[in-house]
Design a protein around this ligand. Structure first.
Ligand SMILES: Cc1cc2nc3c(=O)[nH]c(=O)nc-3n(C[C@H](O)[C@H](O)[C@H](O)COP(=O)(O)OP(=O)(O)OC[C@H]3O[C@@H](n4cnc5c(N)ncnc54)[C@H](O)[C@@H]3O)c2cc1C
Length: 384
């Protein structure tokens, strides 16, 4: 067998899943990460005072329709039952999200049946908007001014730092309302939380005799020569020394506080009003509902534009960024023996299940390229 020497930059889901697949095929894999821990943004750790499992870079809920991905994670951990239910505090009242029959009835002070609620929302929607171009127009057309302003407007301004009238209509593809009492935030077939946390899951994926894991180690270009192929899950613009400027991201600040007892009674409480500076409060013990803790750890979450020394969270992908992205893609496409992967390497927001599915595909593509003696593409997914 032609054993390859592989370097993987980043020990998040992208890096460890590719590493694992290649290691199982006998290749020698080195995974490096500049941080002092594995798991990338899915990193979690127990709080010393309360023993609560805290999602350090913000809450992560695993949900997927992809059977292969679900089976893959279940090979490495026990997934515990978890249903994400989100509440929102608006104008001094607490509502259920996503907007469902309970929300509608409570908001309008009614006792509508599903059909009555459909008629009510149709009547509230602004039918004069026939070709919505912006997020705001789309929301007004679908649900009308009152629900839009209560649940979307302020939250969007805080989350994206932009007016909804500046965002494209494509963000809101479908009517964001359910006409029943289903308040399960996600529609996916599988949903759950890893029993011992995401870090433990990722460490277990990376635990293979052909994998060497090195933390506190940043990638440098010189070391490429020592490897047959590099899989790079760091930021695409950073790889090219930001020579065309920085791709725009939103970053998050978390204000951590502890509470003796139960702070808000649920995992996620959104705050839709612009008068409240944070977007939501998350109470982390509710992400592990099978555990019991006296104390509680909460995060107030603030969103802002990402500066040079901040952690990039959400790619903005507006017109300006896409033009810049195009320049970096052109540079990347001229490279050889490297594949850019993951949320930072491809400048896209990816949920964990999509990240894992793409990583499995990337590893398969690499193995096939070796077998067929073809060169490995720089991107294995469409990124434009
Ligand atoms: C706030 C927030 C909430 C989220 N919630 C959910 C959720 O509920 N459900 C869900 O499915 N997904 C969620 N996600 C998405 C999830 O975090 C991503 O899908 C996942 O982290 C992507 O994995 P990755 O390996 O591509 O990237 P990352 O996890 O970012 O890993 C990349 C790694 O590369 C390392 N690195 C970068 N540059 C270098 C370098 N030069 N040298 C060495 N190492 C480097 C970084 O340190 C990092 O550890 C959320 C994301 C955020 C930001």
């Amino acid at each position: 067998m032609n054993r390859k020497n592989i370097l993987i930059v980043g020990a998040g889901f992208s890096g460890v899943v590719i590493g694992r697949q290649l290691a199982e095929h006998g290749h020698k894999v080195t995974i490096i990460d500049q941080r002092n821990h594995t798991a990338g943004n899915a990193y979690d750790a127990r709080d010393k005072d309360t023993d609560v499992m805290v999602h350090i870079y913000g809450p992560h809920i695993f949900h997927t329709d992809n059977e292969t991905v679900w089976q893959f994670v279940n090979r490495f951990t026990k997934m515990m039952p978890y249903i994400n239910r989100v509440k929102a505090t608006v104008n001094g009242q607490v509502f259920s999200l996503p907007i469902n029959l309970h929300t509608i009835n409570q908001f309008f002070g009614k006792t509508c049946s599903p059909d009555e609620a459909k008629a009510l929302i149709a009547e509230k929607g602004d039918s004069s908007i026939t070709e919505p171009k912006t997020f705001e127009e789309q929301a007004l057309r679908f649900i009308g001014k009152e629900l839009y302003e209560a649940f979307f407007k302020g939250y969007t301004i805080k989350q994206w730092g932009m007016q909804p009238a500046e965002l494209p209509a494509s963000i809101l593809k479908r009517l964001p309302v359910r006409f029943n009492y289903d308040d399960n935030y996600f529609n996916h077939k599988f949903q759950g939380m890893p029993e011992d946390g995401y870090t433990c899951l990722i460490n277990s994926i990376a635990d293979h005799e052909n994998i060497t894991l090195e933390l506190n180690r940043s990638f440098n270009h010189e070391e490429r020569a020592s490897y047959d192929h590099v899989f790079y899950s760091g930021p695409l613009d950073a790889f090219f020394g930001y020579q065309h400027g920085r791709l725009g991201y939103r970053t998050l600040d978390f204000e951590k506080f502890t509470y003796q007892g139960d702070f808000q009674g649920c995992a996620v409480m959104n705050y839709g009003s612009v008068d409240v500076p944070y977007t939501r409060i998350t109470e982390h013990k509710y992400f592990s509902p099978w555990e019991k803790h006296e104390g509680s750890v909460c995060y107030k979450e603030y969103s802002r534009s990402c500066g040079e020394n901040d952690i990039p969270y959400y790619p903005i992908r507006q017109m300006g960024e896409m033009a810049l992205l195009d320049k970096y893609l052109t540079l990347a496409e001229a490279e050889q023996n490297i594949t850019f992967v993951g949320r930072l390497g491809t400048y896209r927001y990816l949920d964990m299940d999509v990240t894992i599915a793409e990583a499995l595909k990337t590893a398969d593509d690499y193995l096939n390229s070796l077998e067929n003696k073809q060169s490995m593409p720089v991107f294995t997914v469409s990124v434009r």
